[in-house]
Design a protein around this ligand. Structure first.
Ligand SMILES: [Fe+2]
Length: 385
């Protein structure tokens, strides 16, 4: 996150004596990325953050390819993913490559008896249904429908849901997820042409400090394995922190669409970037206002990127037979475009209420068996006249 944030108490000078009321020292921890070159935060614990009591079982949760070389356009019925009680059990990877995993989850229960961290990847959660609180070691972020939650790798967290009706789109990125560089100046501040700015971010707040000893289960994702570690102290024992490496939220409803007289290309919808894929937000907006404009997108050959579109709400103007929670996959190598009739029907329309999240990957995606299970099987022929 290219801005500075701090919560709680800390010494005036980093790496100096910082005592508790009983005279003993707090335990400083640098939480950084990309060695010592990336964004980092300095945190102050009540207890050593290194007190592993036991290392238990390890589960292999790496996705397996049912289709490794895909050339078909696909339509996956995302809401066919069954709800499950446990958050981690409910997470289902559908599409993946060595850079990114895209999946869905319908968790019913809050996480209460364990903590989780993903050391492989930054996690970008998109909240389609449900609300609650993202609880992390650096503070809490309330979330609701339409929120992106960006959780940097290594961040210890729990999710607390307000009800059992939750639907999440989950993107795990093996490369850091940033806001697009072209939106920022050389200091990192978002520029005037950016479709959102710092004021729109939901920063961690309400830092809770737990001074508890006992047995605390931490599930750690690393190299596609889910390791089970028992820690001797509560993982949320931080009294203060500052820096740039922290989770944050951003509502898709705060993305201000950029429109024009004629059709604007997908980069105007870009919300996040990595070195291996981009994330775009398609939001309700006015259509192109040239008198002869065709608002529907032209056919396009994303010759070197797979395009994943997750349909959230509203009518999607260029597609037929789309429902909430569906995922379309348009693979690299073949062109795609509006469905027959939608191109013509879009002429003269004033606006759209569509809401969708797009993930464009620069390497081809593989499909898991679960993706095939919810694939409609005939979408690739849906442009036939
Ligand atoms: Fe497209």
């Amino acid at each position: 996150m290219p801005l500075y944030h701090k919560l709680g108490k800390m010494p005036q000078k980093r790496h100096t004596v910082f005592k508790k009321e009983d005279g003993s020292l707090h335990y400083e921890q640098l939480f950084g990325t990309i060695g010592f070159d990336g964004m980092s935060s300095l945190m102050y614990h009540l207890h050593r953050p290194t007190q592993v009591k036991e290392v238990g079982k390890s589960l292999d949760i790496a996705p397996r390819a049912a289709v490794a070389h895909n050339i078909k356009s696909r339509l996956l019925k995302g809401f066919d993913i069954r709800p499950e009680n446990d958050y981690l059990d409910s997470r289902k990877t559908l599409l993946f490559n060595s850079d990114v995993h895209v999946g869905l989850a319908a968790p019913k229960n809050s996480m209460t008896d364990y903590f989780y961290k993903n050391t492989d990847a930054d996690e970008l959660l998109f909240i389609h249904k449900g609300s609650g609180t993202l609880k992390t070691m650096l503070g809490e972020i309330p979330f609701e429908y339409g929120d992106y939650l960006l959780i940097p790798r290594g961040m210890i967290y729990q999710l607390e849901f307000d009800s059992e009706d939750n639907r999440l789109l989950i993107t795990e990125s093996y490369h850091p997820i940033y806001t697009p560089k072209r939106y920022r100046n050389w200091f990192g501040q978002h520029l005037e042409h950016s479709p959102y700015c710092e004021r729109d971010f939901k920063l961690p707040q309400n830092l809770q400090t737990h001074d508890e000893k006992g047995e605390f289960m931490m599930k750690v994702k690393k190299q596609g394995q889910l390791h089970h570690l028992i820690y001797a102290t509560h993982p949320f024992d931080i009294v203060g922190w500052d820096g740039y490496n922290f989770p944050y939220g951003f509502s898709i409803h705060n993305f201000e669409p950029i429109t024009g007289r004629v059709h604007q290309p997908p980069p105007v919808h870009q919300t996040f970037e990595t070195s291996a894929f981009v994330v775009c937000s398609f939001c309700p907006r006015l259509y192109d206002y040239h008198p002869q404009a065709i608002p529907a997108p032209y056919n396009h050959s994303n010759i070197d990127s797979d395009e994943v579109l997750y349909y959230v709400d509203g009518d999607f103007m260029s597609r037929k037979g789309i429902d909430q929670g569906y995922i379309s996959l348009h693979p690299a190598g073949i062109p795609h475009g509006p469905h027959p009739g939608t191109y013509e029907a879009s002429i003269g329309k004033k606006g759209t209420e569509e809401l969708a999240v797009m993930v464009d990957t620069f390497k081809p995606l593989q499909l898991t068996q679960l993706a095939l299970d919810i694939d409609d099987g005939k979408y690739y022929q849906s442009w036939l006249e």
